[in-house]
Design a protein around this ligand. Structure first.
Ligand code: NAD
Length: 290
């Protein structure tokens, strides 16, 4: 079993770390806010965390935090006493992910970008989907560790490809959620019962995950945020962050994404008008008011 340092014990990181413990690994954890995890050692700093581990897993809010943790003066690479294997699971921009890969490889270490899909419920259940960017050798090395936290582990390609897959997936998710919301709102305005629309659409060509698994209309699919006043779940501000990542990525390669840009504008307006901490499917109510 591996000696693992885990950084960032937030909504996602805490249950992921707990699952690594359950899988039998020994864990040292660090967060900038005080944390505890039964069975794990808490490090007082990144320097202390890297002293006695072979692997590092990080689950941080955004690219700026990842840069500070890895490349900062008090960061991991400044203090690691030997070459380690790093598994960076945060959702961040491709350029930062590639910069982290390059810095680690220059020091002889191994790195994968491994963002996740699935949210807090999957993190707790150990059923996350991982999208991994890195060499074949790195993927083979980290896969058994990722299997302690997830069910589906995909090798997306080389450095940065995990983030590319995650950003493109969430671009599609943001657009499809708005489409499902608009369809429910139009149907209701025309006099069509939401349940009748759902029963038909889930068997017809408009069917998608935002409809069948995460339906934004209340009272149709059990256990969705729609049934709990749009308590997250996946916060609208996180969706906005991911659509901004998609916009930055599209700019970097001059790719057109007119619907993605529109989805980003709509999520920005929803966030500005009170939706920030609501589930992203709550945009159905905001759209209805427009
Ligand atoms: P979070 O804010 O709950 O957790 C982040 C943790 O990182 C916090 O505990 C914070 O204190 C810690 N942190 C921040 N800066 C740090 C530093 N310099 N050193 C050490 N710790 C530091 O966020 P989350 O919801 O757990 O999301 C984490 C990542 O996972 C994000 O990139 C997010 O986009 C992605 N993600 C989230 C979800 C979700 O449903 N929440 C789903 C998929 C992916």
């Amino acid at each position: 079993m591996a000696k693992i340092g885990f950084i960032g014990l937030g909504h996602m990181g805490a249950p992921m770390a707990a699952n690594l413990l359950k899988a039998g690994h020994s864990l040292t954890v660090f967060d900038v806010t005080p944390v505890s995890l039964a069975g794990a050692t808490v490090a007082a700093s990144l320097a202390e965390l890297v002293k006695n581990v072979d692997y590092v897993v990080s689950m941080l809010p955004a690219g700026a935090h990842v840069l500070e943790v890895y490349l900062g003066d008090d960061g991991l690479l400044a203090h690691a006493p030997k070459a380690l294997t790093y598994i960076e699971c945060s959702t961040i921009d491709v350029a930062t992910a590639k910069a982290i890969h390059a810095a680690i490889e220059q020091k002889g270490g191994v790195c994968v970008d491994a963002p996740v899909s699935g949210g807090t419920a999957s993190a707790a259940a150990g059923t996350l989907t991982f999208m991994v960017g890195g060499s074949d050798k790195a993927f083979a090395e980290v896969k058994p560790i990722l299997e302690g936290m997830g069910k589906k582990i995909f090798h997306a390609g080389n450095a940065g490809c995990g983030q590319m897959a995650k950003i493109c997936n969430n671009l599609l998710l943001g657009i499809s959620m708005i489409g499902v919301c608009e369809a429910f709102n139009l149907g209701k305005a025309l006099g069509l019962a939401p349940q009748a629309f759902f029963d038909i659409c889930k068997e017809a060509s408009g069917q998608c995950w935002s409809l069948t698994q995460y339906c934004p209309e209340p009272g149709i699919v059990p256990h969705t945020p729609a049934n709990h006043q749009y308590e997250p779940g996946f916060m609208a501000k996180m969706m906005l962050k991911d659509l901004n990542l998609a916009a930055g990525a599209a700019d970097s390669v001059e790719a057109a994404m007119p619907l993605g840009d529109k989805a980003r504008d709509l999520y920005q307006a929803f966030c500005d008008e009170g939706g920030l901490d609501k589930d992203f499917s709550g945009i159905i109510e905001w759209l209805q008011k427009q």
